[in-house]
Design a protein around this ligand. Structure first.
Ligand SMILES: Nc1nc2c(c(=O)[nH]1)N[C@H]1C(S)=C(S)[C@@H](COP(=O)(O)O)O[C@H]1N2
Ligand SMILES: [Mo]
Length: 245
């Protein structure tokens, strides 16, 4: 736990944020490293980790060896790799990775920032372009759902682009802020289909359609796209990533 390291080092009163410097700079003279900050209370919540192993093995170089940050429920980009330094301060840092990068430009020209928590999302992993359907028959649709706000409560699957929905089966363990596997039987008659999945988490948040998301966020932002995704199935079984208007 990051808390253990901070407790060992000692945190002075008035500390508000802790930054994590990755050693893969330079980005510029002013912000030489890839840096992000956590509020001190969050940093000491006991859940945020400094990871030096993954699945019982040494952390791979590409994933941040020798040590990286892991912030459950937040965007992956916050998980600073190749950490060389922690720094505490009494004011917000507003680093490059919190301002010019990883913010979302809205239609009115203002940017949303510090939008790190991940809202419910899901994807169908089979069938998919790399693993297409092979003619009419019975298939098991498979996918993953997740939410940074808690546990996945329900996943619905549509075969007709969101007109009709049916509950998918969730496979345990269903843990907060973790990937949850879902499946659903699919009897395919060989006609074109539009496969979608829609996750709901334990807070009641329902994954939005792309149209709903765009109505709120506009089209400038590239981050935090948790909208429902569509696989188009052609009669020959091939699968394409499409957007429904
Ligand atoms: N030091 C450092 N940490 C970093 C990054 C980086 O460029 N430098 N990229 C971030 C981004 S954008 C992502 S998506 C994740 C990717 O982690 P992974 O390589 O383990 O998948 O690392 C994050 N941590
Ligand atoms: Mo990323």
């Amino acid at each position: 736990p990051l808390k253990a390291v901070l407790d060992m080092a000692g945190v002075q009163q008035g500390a508000k944020q802790v930054t994590f410097n990755g050693m893969d700079g330079p980005v510029s003279d002013k912000t030489p490293d890839f840096i992000k900050a956590l509020d001190i209370d969050h940093a000491r919540d006991g859940e945020v980790m400094l990871a030096y192993q993954m699945n019982g093995e040494q952390l791979p170089l590409l994933n941040g060896f020798p040590i990286r940050l892991v912030v459950p429920g937040w965007q992956g980009n916050v998980n600073i790799k190749w950490i060389r330094r922690l720094q505490l301060g009494d004011a917000p840092w507003f680093t490059r990775e919190e301002t010019s990068k990883y913010t979302e430009l809205m239609a009115d020209g203002k940017a949303r920032g510090f939008t790190w928590p991940i809202y419910a999302k899901s994807v169908i992993t089979y069938p998919c372009p790399e693993m297409p359907a092979k003619g009419p028959g019975v298939y098991e649709i498979r996918g993953l759902a997740w939410s940074g706000l808690g546990k996945i409560k329900q996943v619905d699957v549509s075969l007709d682009g969101g007109v009709n929905w049916a509950h998918a089966r969730l496979h345990g363990p269903v843990l907060p802020k973790a990937l949850t596997k879902f499946t659903m039987e699919w009897r395919w008659d060989g006609r074109p289909a539009l496969l979608q999945s829609r996750a709901m988490d334990e807070t009641g948040f329902v994954q939005p359609t792309l149209t709903e998301l765009r109505a709120v966020r506009g089209t400038n932002a590239i981050y935090n796209n948790n909208s429902i995704q569509t696989w188009q199935i052609k009669p020959d079984g091939s699968v394409f990533n499409v957007q429904l208007a």
